[in-house]
Ligand binder design. Structure first.
Ligand code: PEP
Ligand code: MG
Length: 755
């Protein structure tokens, strides 16, 4: 059963549009359940349900039969959001008869809701002649099918719209933007460029081409190269492999001769798609044919087809000119945009980012914010395959994406963009003004950074220094660990560009969602595993080199602050301090004139909150990393779009934990700063000021906004607002209240598109 279900979901996922997806569903479910009828009804914009596909009822009823809101058994299933299993539908008071369906002869009825993102979007129904309820096994099968299909249906629906749009050149998606999560504030309009991991054939996007003969030639070249490669391999292994295994090469070569494969690909190219996508379609189709076979030997041949496809793809990719043809205003899109993928792009051409996976505090979103790129994360319904080259709007405030928007939507967003620019210019005007509350309280604003490329906007931002330099980014874009001198040069540039203002260099914080290509870590629970200080303490050679590089970089500047990430135990702090003192001592012995830097600890795990006092008395300052603190306090993976709704740093538990940290540090007279994304959230900044936190570190794009908030607020008022928030019990009330405060102060432009 599991295999049948897997196959069904895979087929539906590969459907080109909704009709095809629904037709696969009704035919397959009817056959598997051995019933007379299977149908799918989908909710329309007026909350009614339209019959969209059937196998068993009259075909002519499809697209015609519609149940109004509250009408019929379908609405009953939707209202209850649970299965309705009836011995005889005809006898039920809710039964609504439509003559055109011809369903008067079916008694048994089982309807299960199709639920996507908590909403009932449709109902899957099976019916049969006998008057007998369906057994529990049938019911659970239907529930399983419906649960798995919800996402695929939403996907197919949008893909179909796009295909239709392509055919008719019409814009149809205006009323239906694709929802994701706000990743980085701002609005961007541009042309979609889908990037995908090499050698992943199913991730290849469609891409329209104009020079068909050239593309055909590229394909023939790749084909010839694969043939040649297989022949060489076959000869090399001829006497090393038993005859049966060796015959595999002949089978591969035969497949390559097969017209159904190669001509299929040529036809795809002739229709205007590039070779990689034409290859993807044909390979997936053939793979499916093998996978559907009953014989297990034949089923495994599906893997061979895929392997062959991968080989051809590799040759096509080698022959693809490097992606230098990025147009102005490119919107970078991928199933999973990674920090290194983004760091690799020509920054002057990228104006926005969309990632199907990940959420607001994924490191790629943080990087995008630092670069001022409007970003939507977790856009799970985005049909990535079909949108390369299309016009796209990214609304990083609401998390919405518009694909091929109409002129009306474009006009509206152009207007918002102009207002955004005006607002940003107005905010730039604040650059030279002090960051001070209305009653004269000084709030120091620093920036978070990690790329040399974003240093110059950082310097012009009016920041008073760097509050968090994530050293892992320069580690991530290299092929090996950078050496002491290499690191020293990077840190020197960072320290030098802000001296005498303070710069906080955080020691290497890899693990979790930040991996180094040359230091792979495979773990079941990476965020609870080998991360941050845990790795560097296990590898003192890496830690010491980094500390020596930082100390040497600070010679003569003396504005270095070291920050230790992921401390969850006092012993980790004492071990780190010992190593820092060791490096310091060694350098003094070597004759270097170095001043001991200030050392701080990040408070980002719950244990550190409860031991904040013990930590504070051993160091010079604390810095709250609200990104991880929120993740660990609320038990919500900061990268997982599925639970992103639950991730909010304004949760009452997070606010209380932060208050406790501030109070504990006060006992030892140690300053507390905030360097997580919360510091750059205008609503949250009010609370931080209210708590008496005097330094905030954020992405460069947020800095002018937070200064605007600070300058329009008195610390007394901030404190009152904090007191009001402390009695609230849920995050939604807190956010709504804070947003209302911002609107009231005339600062609403900070939390939505426009001014
Ligand atoms: C944090 O966790 O809040 C933080 C600033 O560190 P990072 O986002 O790099 O994990
Ligand atoms: Mg962190």
């Amino acid at each position: 059963m599991l295999e049948t279900l897997r196959r069904l979901v895979q087929e539906v996922n590969q459907a080109r549009n909704l009709d095809q997806a629904l037709s696969i569903i009704v035919h397959s479910v009817k056959a598997i359940m051995n019933v007379a009828v299977c149908s799918v009804y989908l909710r329309d914009s007026n909350n009614g349900f339209l019959l969209m596909a059937t196998d068993g009822l009259e075909e002519r009823a499809v697209g015609k039969v519609r149940l109004q809101e509250g009408e019929g058994l379908i609405s009953l299933v939707a209202k209850r959001a649970e299965p309705v299993n009836l011995r005889s539908a005809l006898a039920h008071p809710k039964y609504h008869y439509f003559p055109e369906t011809g369903e008067e002869s079916y008694h048994a009825f089982l309807g299960v809701p199709i639920i996507h993102h908590r909403n009932v979007v449709g109902v899957l129904v099976v019916q049969d002649h006998v008057a007998q309820s369906f057994n529990e096994e049938s019911e659970t099968f239907m529930i399983t099918v419906a649960a798995q299909l919800a996402g695929a249906i939403a996907h197919a629906e949008i893909s179909g719209d796009l295909e239709e749009q392509h055919k008719t050149e019409k814009t149809m998606l205006d009323s239906r933007p694709i929802s994701g999560l706000p990743g980085a504030a701002g609005v961007a309009m541009g042309i979609a460029r889908v990037v995908y991991p090499l050698a992943d054939i199913s991730a290849v996007p469609d891409r329209q081409i104009t020079d068909i003969p050239a593309e055909l030639e590229r394909f023939e070249k790749a084909l010839a190269a694969v043939r040649q490669e297989l022949r060489i391999m076959s000869q090399r292994l001829e006497d090393k492999l038993p005859a049966q295994e060796h015959a595999l090469f002949d089978a591969y070569l035969l497949m390559l001769e097969s017209d159904s494969i190669t001509d299929g690909i040529r036809n795809g190219i002739k229709k205007g798609n590039w070779a990689a996508a034409a290859l993807r379609d044909v390979i997936q189709e053939h793979e499916q044919i093998f996978r559907d076979m009953d014989d297990s030997y034949m089923r495994e041949r599906g893997d061979d087809v895929r392997d062959l496809g991968r080989r051809i793809l590799m040759h096509l990719q080698q022959d693809t000119p490097a992606d230098t043809d990025f147009s102005e205003n490119t919107i970078l899109i991928s199933e999973e945009v990674t920090p290194s993928m983004l760091a690799d792009m020509p920054m002057d051409k990228i104006s926005g980012v969309i990632s199907v996976r990940g959420s607001r505090t994924s490191h790629v979103a943080i990087l995008a914010r630092a670069l001022g790129l409007p970003t939507v994360m977790g856009a799970a319904d985005l049909p990535v395959r079909h949108i390369d080259g299309r016009e796209v709007i990214v609304d990083g405030y609401s998390g919405r994406v518009y694909v091929s928007p109409s002129e009306t939507v474009c006009r509206e967003y152009r207007q918002l963009l102009t207002q955004e620019q005006e607002l940003s210019e107005e905010l730039q005007g604040l650059r030279g003004l002090p960051s001070e509350t209305l009653d004269g309280e000084k709030i120091h604003l620093y920036v978070n950074t990690g790329l040399l490329a974003d240093m110059s906007p950082t310097q012009e931002s009016g920041a008073e220094g760097i509050g968090l330099y994530r050293t892992e980014f320069p580690f991530m874009i290299r092929q090996r660990f950078p050496g002491e001198e290499e690191q020293r040069a990077i840190y020197r540039q960072v320290l030098g560009s802000f001296a005498p203002d303070p710069v906080v260099l955080r020691t290497l914080d890899v693990g979790g969602d930040k991996s180094l290509p040359y230091f792979p870590i495979e773990e079941e629970n990476p965020f609870l595993g080998w991360r941050g200080i845990r790795i560097t303490l296990d590898h003192p050679e890496i830690f010491l080199v980094q500390i020596r590089a930082m100390l040497r970089a600070s010679i003569g500047l003396n504005n270095l602050n070291i920050l230790l990430p992921m401390i969850s135990d006092i012993s980790e702090l004492t071990d780190s301090l010992n190593l820092i003192h060791q490096a310091y001592g060694e350098l003094l012995e070597e004759g270097e004139k170095i001043e001991m830097p200030r050392i701080g600890v990040m408070i980002e795990v719950p244990s550190a909150v409860y031991q904040a006092g013990s930590l504070a008395r051993r160091v010079d300052y604390l810095s709250i990393g609200t990104n991880d603190l929120t993740q660990y306090l609320l038990a919500v993976d900061r990268n997982n779009a599925r639970v992103a709704e639950l991730y909010d740093s304004l949760h009452p538990a997070v606010i209380r934990a932060m208050m406790q940290v501030v109070e504990s540090a006060r006992v030892y007279d140690k300053p507390v700063s905030v360097c997580g994304e919360m510091a750059g959230d205008p609503a949250a900044a009010i609370l931080l000021v209210g708590m008496g936190i005097e330094s905030l570190s954020m992405s460069v794009a947020s800095l002018p906004q937070i200064k605007w908030v600070v300058r329009n607020l008195s610390s007394e008022r901030a404190n009152e607002i904090l007191s009001a928030v402390l009695v609230m019990e849920d995050v939604h009330s807190i956010r709504a209240y804070l947003h209302a405060q911002l609107e009231e102060a005339g600062l609403g432009g900070l939390i939505r598109a426009g001014k």
